[in-house]
Design a protein around this ligand. Structure first.
Ligand code: A3P
Ligand code: MG
Ligand code: MG
Ligand code: MG
Length: 399
């Protein structure tokens, strides 16, 4: 049964946030910080900063609402996925009714909640294929599922036409860049995981003058409890991670439980540090990450997972390292990392390219990267970068 409760999340919700993730969710996992030694705790209450800072609060509330509602849409489509809901894009990657529907819904909600003449959205999908004769049925399904989701939520009285849906999707064509504010959206990150019934995420970030200032990750198939050491990690109602610059990272269940603050693993011991990587070998070189893990003495096998759910899981200490090394020639997109990056950094982690440089989200729709992306805590990063350097050198010399 779908809940009909509107998803609007007011600032007052922060009043009930418990002090730690353990308190709120009764989670397992033994490799996290014992106390709240987070960088942003300047007062006895972890929420003082949130309640006094007004910057980006409205934007964050709108982003949480948009991502939560988009997650409901995706869950509905995933439950009843039809073969006709899946298309292939010109670059041969898959796209579904849910990718388009999620993008239309998030775009609609952001524009409704935050009316602005300067609305700018950098998003993955466009309506090109939907405007062709073969896209007509897909567009009908998208329109239907978006309107059903809006009607079930009940906060808006609007019914969107097929033209409104196309326009909402195409608002995502912005080029982003270093000036002004730009929303960055991956309506379904990990479409291949979504199709397999595995992990996927709705990833929404906000850039202000080229920097990510807030991020929301809705992960409908990620359990609220730690997945560290678990075989079956696809249960429960799903998680919503959110972070605002200078205010830490919080997690709540997608059905609206109280948010809890999360922190990355504090482990300083590489042997205990399990690592995440893409499930898809085509997205990241598994042989290279295996050589890096070996140099670090990592004992556990890699945790292979689709989407930015990896950043979410890392932000709460389910594992300590995430490595991503695309095959030669691939250009990373900003929507694949913007939300995940701030979710991890606000939880005390570090995200860099393979040479240790921070990711630069100000260059347009792509990231200009040196080889790969690595993520871990501050203590482990120098060791990880050293192992990466050595493994990359060995890879070059073996050619
Ligand atoms: N050859 C490739 N190398 C690296 N990443 C790729 C790729 N082809 C697609 N991707 C990206 O990898 C993302 C999924 O990452 P992951 O492997 O962590 O699940 C995809 O996001 P979408 O699913 O939104 O298209 C897509 O942007
Ligand atoms: Mg895609
Ligand atoms: Mg993606
Ligand atoms: Mg996507």
């Amino acid at each position: 049964m779908e809940s009909k409760r509107p998803l609007y999340i007011a600032d007052a919700d922060f009043d009930s946030i418990p002090e730690t993730a353990e308190e709120g969710a009764g989670r397992e996992g033994n490799n996290r910080r014992s106390g709240q030694e987070g960088r942003h705790q300047t007062s006895s209450s972890p929420f003082a900063a949130l309640s006094t800072m007004s910057t980006y609060d409205q934007e964050l509330a709108a982003a949480r609402k948009a991502a939560s509602l988009a997650a409901r849409l995706c869950q509905k489509v995933q439950r009843a996925l039809l073969q006709s809901d899946v298309q292939s894009k010109s670059d041969k990657t898959p796209v579904t009714v849910a990718d388009y529907g999620s993008q239309a819904l998030v775009s609609f909600i952001l524009q409704r909640e935050l009316p602005s003449e300067n609305f700018s959205l950098v998003a993955e999908e466009d309506s090109g294929d939907l405007r062709t004769a073969s896209g007509t049925e897909t567009l009908r399904r998208i329109t239907e599922v978006v309107n059903e989701t809006l009607a079930n939520d009940g906060s808006y009285s609007s019914t969107l036409s097929a033209e409104d849906i196309l326009a909402a999707i195409d608002s995502g064509k912005s080029e982003g860049g270093p000036v002004g504010r730009h929303w960055v959206l991956d309506p379904i990150d990990g479409t291949k995981g979504f199709l397999r019934g595995d992990q996927y995420a709705i990833a929404l970030g906000l850039l202000d003058e080229g920097k990510v200032v807030l991020g929301v990750l809705a992960c409908p198939n990620l359990p609220l409890a730690s997945i560290a050491g678990k075989e079956d990690s696809n249960k429960g109602v799903g998680c919503l991670f959110f972070a605002k610059i200078g205010s830490g990272t919080y997690m709540q269940s997608l059905d609206g439980s109280s948010p809890v603050k999360v922190n990355v693993s504090a482990t300083e011991n590489t042997e205990d540090a399990s690592f995440f990587e893409s499930y898809e070998a085509a997205h990241s070189m598994h042989d290279l990450t295996s050589s890096i893990a070996k140099k670090l003495g990592v004992k556990a096998p890699p945790v292979r997972m689709d989407s930015q759910a990896k950043y979410g899981a890392l932000s709460r200490g389910d594992g300590a390292i995430y490595m991503r090394f695309p095959h030669k020639g691939y250009r990373e997109k900003i929507w694949d990392h913007a939300a995940g990056c701030i979710v991890v950094t606000e939880a005390g982690g570090v995200v860099t390219d393979a040479s240790g440089q921070p990711l630069d989200f100000s260059k347009g729709r792509h990231l200009n990267l040196d080889t790969g992306i690595v993520v871990t805590n501050q203590k482990l990063m120098p060791l990880l970068l050293k192992a990466v350097r050595e493994s990359l050198e060995e890879q070059v010399s073996s050619l």
